[in-house]
Design a protein around this ligand. Structure first.
Ligand code: NAP
Length: 339
């Protein structure tokens, strides 16, 4: 009888004394679970890198809070944002990536391997991809903080439902303001879009749809100076920038879409940031720290599209893989300082 000698190739052990596992050493730690981070994870997982993704508290990222995405390739009929977010997560899981609904509270990019602290654990990464994205900018007017989450929102998908047959104000003139304003007309009686210039920034397709929507009206060259209300929001005080005229627009809810701000506060002093706080990188998604890469909205003040974020995530993961090919044998203990 033929005797079969099956040999299993030996598992590669982590380069340092730490086991890859619960809080151990990873080839790659991805900070952020939006389209950029998850695409990086898909590529890294498929390349068999031991990969951990700290997704933050909105797994799937901004699409999870978006009604419908009409311009992600290969979805000719559009796709619901939350569904797209789930598909990104599912795809990353398929390649054995570890996903944690957690976020970094402190990083040390001067140590080798890099050290990432969350409020629950400490992780070590031979490489890191920062894909922490961007958060909605606040208007900075009286009443905004007080009513945020109670009549003031930056998420029509989450909160639009509460405004059935009510009147709402949307602040901003970009794609988000118009897209979400259009979405809100499904519920609201009237949507007033208040924009500071007399020209909308949004792309033509949204401008056309919004202008054709009978529930939407525009207040141009107008700024919101205060969000008014007692227990609940009752309206906004506005000022026309051309005439100086002030007035009150009555509303039950206010949705603020005045752009995004990169989430980079953790990296100040360690990664090079531009004057607006975006992480500076080269065409290969490399930051000023070798082994730390960046992808998505946190480094992109210009395009901020899902497909662009995903593309930069793929590049970052491929570069991380390349970097690991030349990674020195880590004989030093995790957390030791780089020479
Ligand atoms: P945005 O394009 O930066 O537009 C922000 C808007 O807010 C602008 O109209 C701006 O006015 C106004 N604004 C900024 N600060 C303000 C302030 N302090 N007070 C009053 N108004 C203020 O941001 P966004 O609309 O969130 O879009 C972000 C990115 O996501 C863009 O690249 C956009 O194309 C993309 N996006 C794409 C889609 C899509 O393709 N499906 C959907 C949503 C968003 P000014 O115009 O005067 O600067």
């Amino acid at each position: 009888m033929l005797e079969l000698h099956l040999t299993t190739p030996e598992r590669e052990s982590p380069a340092s004394g730490l086991e890859a596992g619960e809080t151990g050493l990873y080839d790659l730690i991805v900070l952020g679970g939006g389209p950029a981070g998850l695409t990086a994870a898909i590529y890294a997982g498929r390349a068999r890198l031991r990969t951990l993704v700290l997704t933050g508290y909105l797994p799937g990222g901004q699409p999870a809070n978006t009604d419908v995405v009409e311009n992600f390739p290969a979805f000719p009929d559009g796709v619901a944002g939350p569904e797209l977010a789930q598909r990104f997560l599912q795809h990353a899981r398929r390649f054995g990536v570890r996903l944690e609904t957690d976020e970094a509270v402190k990083v040390d990019f001067s140590a080798r391997p890099f050290v990432i602290h969350t409020s629950k654990a400490t992780y070590y990464g031979k490489t890191v991809i920062v894909a922490t994205g961007a958060v909605p900018r606040r208007l900075g007017v009286p009443g905004e903080d007080r009513f945020f989450g109670r009549g003031v929102s930056s998420c029509a998908t989450c909160d639009g439902f509460f405004y059935r047959n009510r009147d709402v104000v949307v602040v901003g003139g970009g794609d988000s303001a118009l897209a979400e304003g259009i979405f809100l007309t499904r519920f609201a009686r009237q949507v007033t879009i208040v924009h500071r210039r007399d020209e909308l920034r949004a792309t033509k397709i949204y401008r056309e749809q919004a202008l054709a929507n009978p529930k939407i009206r525009f207040l141009l060259s107008t700024v919101v100076e205060e969000i008014l209300g007692d227990q609940t929001v009752s309206g906004v005080r506005v000022r026309n920038l051309k005439t100086g005229e002030t007035g009150i627009v009555e509303a039950d809810g206010v949705f603020i879409y005045v752009g995004m701000e990169p989430r980079t506060e953790l990296f100040a002093g360690q990664l090079e940031l531009d004057e607006h706080g975006y992480i500076v990188s080269d065409r290969r998604q490399r930051t000023n720290v070798p082994g730390v890469f960046v992808a998505g909205d946190v480094q992109d003040p210009l395009y901020r599209q899902i497909v662009v974020a995903a593309g930069s995530g793929a590049i970052a993961a491929m570069e991380a893989e390349k970097f690991l090919g030349g990674y020195p044998d880590v004989s030093s203990q995790p957390g030791s300082k780089a020479p």
